[in-house]
Write a protein that binds this ligand. Structure first.
Ligand code: ACO
Length: 323
């Protein structure tokens, strides 16, 4: 008998304010056409003044708990992926724990930027497989609008705010690829590429800073590394791409998403795409896409899903799971 970390609930939350591409035309030398053509993004949500990452996360977590039909105190751990926590400390995860009214278990943040959710899911899976938790709330939540340089047209039009959450539960499996739950994971990082995507400030440098990016360089690494990590995760369990029902990629840029699918030999019919409506929500993008994909009727129980993401670090990885 093998233990598996099975998804029993999913949910998301997007802040009310929707900003269409055209709004940037008022303040920047840019256009709706340029943003759509280069990124696939049409609109994004921005958090309201005073609305924080943990606020978004609490809403997404409540939606996921409701979907799972369980209460916050039925959960043993919260693993929250974010690069935009409310405060330097405590962790956003413990703020979510309190916000959910959860008085037991443990909660912590994971910081792997846009790859954060894949790292969080892998860690949550490990907690379940090692018997340290039976149910884990895995959340991706971000307010990247807080680290945008609104004068840098090469970055500020690309990002958005949001949150998504999954509830994982330990269930008995057979050990075969027919099991529901997480089947394979693959994590990577290479700190030599720090300068192509980073925030030029932080606690230790006495500033908040703004996101800085060499877009073309990130793009070049992304397609190559995303296809490689997705294929590595599949190889570990002897699965071929023909067995994959859905790629649920990090939603950064439609051209990266298409390039990765093509490199993996999968048509766009097998890819869940939400980048047009959300922009790049960093660690929130995959759980948001999983939740929206389920709502749309794309993702169904039993489907094989490959999630893949890359972000600052560089850090990148993939998770294969059966829904
Ligand atoms: N509106 C109009 N023109 C713009 C804008 C804008 N918003 N932004 C940049 N430009 C200009 C540039 O200044 C440049 O002008 P120049 O030729 O006169 O210097 C021109 O458009 C072309 O710029 P490039 O950077 O060559 O455009 P590119 O086709 O590479 O697209 C983009 C830029 C969208 C950033 C692309 O490189 C990209 O998506 N890279 C991946 C980065 C990414 O997705 N990062 C997200 C974080 S990491 C992650 O999540 C994977």
């Amino acid at each position: 008998m093998n233990t598996r970390a099975v998804v029993i609930g999913v949910g998301h939350y997007l802040p009310e304010r929707v900003v269409e591409n055209a709004e940037f035309e008022k303040t920047l030398d840019t256009s709706d056409e340029w943003i759509r053509a280069r990124s696939g993004i049409e609109r994004r949500h921005f958090a309201a003044e005073g609305q924080t990452t943990s606020d978004l996360a609490i809403n997404a977590a409540n939606a996921a708990l409701e979907d799972a039909g369980i209460k916050a105190d039925d959960v043993d751990a919260i693993v929250l992926a974010t690069s935009t926590a409310d405060l330097t400390f405590p962790s956003a995860a413990t703020m979510v724990q309190a916000g959910l009214g959860m008085t037991r278990g443990f909660a912590f943040d994971i910081q792997a930027v846009c790859a954060g959710f894949v790292f969080a899911l892998t860690n949550a899976n490990a907690l379940i497989l090692s018997g340290q938790a039976k149910r884990v709330l895995v959340i991706g939540a971000e307010t990247f609008s807080r680290i945008m340089d609104w004068e840098d047209r090469g970055t500020c039009v690309l990002f958005g705010d949001g949150a998504g959450a999954l509830v994982l539960e330990a269930q008995d499996g057979t050990g075969s690829n027919e099991d529901r739950g997480v089947l394979s994971t693959d994590l990577n990082s290479d700190g030599r590429h720090r300068d192509i995507l980073y925030v030029d400030g932080g606690v230790s440098t006495h500033s908040t800073g703004y996101l800085r990016m060499q877009g073309k360089e990130v793009f070049r690494h992304a397609v190559e590394k995303l296809a490689a990590t997705a294929n590595a995760a599949l190889d570990k369990i002897g699965m071929g791409t023909e067995q994959v029902d859905w790629i649920v990629p990090h939603q950064a840029n439609i051209r990266i998403i298409k390039g990765t699918a093509k490199k993996m030999g999968l048509p766009m019919e097998n890819v869940v795409v939400t980048v047009q409506d959300h922009g790049n929500t960093s660690a929130a993008s995959i759980p948001l896409a999983l939740s929206v994909g389920k709502q749309r009727g794309q993702i169904r129980q039993g489907d094989v899903i490959v999630t893949e993401a890359i972000g600052g670090g560089l850090a990148w990885g993939a998770v294969v799971l059966r829904w």
